[in-house]
Design a protein around this ligand. Structure first.
Ligand code: SF4
Length: 458
């Protein structure tokens, strides 16, 4: 028995299909109320209900309506899943075609993944940003030079690529990247230019929930958080994603490779300094062992690292960071990546805030032997999420696994007044096909070629 459907009322909603499921129209009513009353909202709705259309259609109808036109709102559809980018784009394409309306949409993945420079995808996040910044500044990235005459001015070629692409929107980011490759222009710069006029931006969580990425991105596309309607798709993933980006780590291997790097490029003084840092690092780890019943982790204090380092180096902690950053910039010109730069980034984070973070040393196994990891670890995702949610015009978080919604509301710092909704599965239980295959698993520690082959066979 298929889910019950009806014709959507009111007809002013730009719904892409002829019929709407009953649960879907209930969800549309909640979304309309959320944007009308500016009430942040959490929605648990099972997979298959049609959440993407139930959010994009009413929100788009609102922001394009005469009532909302002057507010200049932009919808940010944030998702961590590749398939969801496509689903959102297909939904928007159907709306455009069905109602013959015009609005710009951009699809965006991480800048590093969009970069056309060979090998750039192998760099760590901060490393990549430093690299991209330096090749833009010294104008050695041909893809950037082909797009921009200056930070705010496009080249005639850049203008042409933007204008051409705007005629075929919405397009998947991979299609845009192919077109940019042919035209030898930076896909990120082109997308950012199109995003200035876009009414819907499909992107990863980081573009809004990583403080420095958001700041740079919003200033580049000329938009304000106060005018952002945020849809967080698969919202149950957001807390761990925020914790991950806000956590910094220093490992035995990073120090080892940084010393190697300093030796390779002849930074003799730095070699000695890094060896001192290594000794202090190992002192913090004292007492950890893999022996049966042994301690594998211990708390560390900010001063345990900062004070002995400054004392033994006879140099201010910040001055040491500055020195390493200058050397890392020089190394990146020669080989893109710098472990010395990675250590400088960690030392900066280590002196960061205490509230909501823990400093901890872990001993972990790895393929190459035991590894020590010293982390400045984020425990409280609301430190980042709360400010974004509060400043946004309205934030809607949805998922098929968002129960209890109250927990996510608290974890991410939604205000007390935020609304919570739970929808039933629209499919009759006899129509739900659940298959359990015990011999396969997607558990991280069990992922290997044998498992992948077994899953592929099924
Ligand atoms: S400007 Fe664009 S192509 Fe050049 S390094 Fe940066 S992201 Fe890559």
């Amino acid at each position: 028995m298929p889910p019950e459907t009806h014709v959507l009322d009111p007809p002013s909603i730009l719904f892409p299909y002829d019929k709407v499921r009953n649960e879907q129209s209930d969800m549309i009513a909640c979304v309309l109320e959320a944007v009308q009353e500016r009430k942040h909202t959490l929605i648990h709705a099972p997979t298959g209900l049609g959440k993407t259309a139930a959010t994009l259609a009413p929100l788009l109808s609102k922001i394009l309506s005469p009532e909302f036109k002057d507010k200049k709102l932009t919808i940010f559809f944030l998702t961590s899943r590749h398939t969801q980018h496509k689903l959102a784009l297909d939904t928007l394409r159907l709306i455009k075609e069905k109602y013959n309306i015009s609005f710009d949409v951009v699809d965006l993945i991480g800048k590093k993944l969009m970069c056309l420079q060979p090998g750039a995808n192998l760099l760590q996040g901060t490393e990549f940003n430093e690299y991209c910044k330096s090749v833009r500044e010294d104008k050695s990235c041909e893809f950037y030079v082909n797009v921009r005459e200056s930070v705010f001015k496009l080249t005639p070629h850049g203008h042409k690529v933007v204008d051409d692409l705007k005629t075929i929107l919405p397009i998947h980011v991979e299609v845009l990247m192919e077109a940019c490759k042919e035209d030898k222009v930076c896909p990120y710069e082109i997308t950012a230019e199109i995003a200035k006029d876009a009414r819907v931006i499909i992107a990863d969580y980081y573009y809004l929930f990583h403080p420095s990425i958001r700041e740079r991105f919003f200033s580049k596309i000329g938009k304000e958080l106060e005018q952002a309607i945020i849809i967080v798709d698969e919202g149950h993933n957001l807390p761990s994603r925020i914790q991950k980006v806000m956590t910094s780590m220093l490992t035995t291997n990073m120090i080892k490779y940084a010393i190697k790097e300093a030796k390779k490029y002849g930074y003799t003084e730095l070699i000695e300094k890094l060896q001192i840092l290594q000794t202090i690092f190992l002192n913090i780890a004292q007492g950890l062992s893999f022996e049966f019943g042994g301690q594998r982790e211990k708390l560390a204090k900010k001063e345990q690292f900062m004070q002995p380092l400054a004392a033994k180096l006879d140099q201010e902690y910040d001055a040491f960071i500055d020195e390493m950053e200058v050397i890392a910039d020089a190394v990146r010109i020669l080989q893109k990546h710098s472990f010395i730069g990675g250590i400088a980034q960690f030392l900066k984070a280590w002196k960061g805030q205490d509230e909501g973070f823990v400093r901890i040393m872990n001993l972990e196994p790895s393929k190459t032997g035991p590894v020590l990891k010293l982390s400045h670890r984020c425990l409280d995702p609301s430190l980042v999420a709360k400010g974004v949610i509060e400043q946004s015009y309205v934030t809607l978080m949805m998922s098929g696994t968002l129960l209890p919604t109250e927990m996510y509301k608290d974890l991410l710092g939604f205000p007390e007044s935020a609304k919570e909704y739970t929808f039933d599965n629209p499919f009759h239980e006899n129509n739900r096909l659940a298959i359990v295959i015990p011999k396969t698993t997607t558990k991280f520690s069990m992922r290997n070629d044998q498992q992948f082959s077994a899953i592929a066979e099924i």
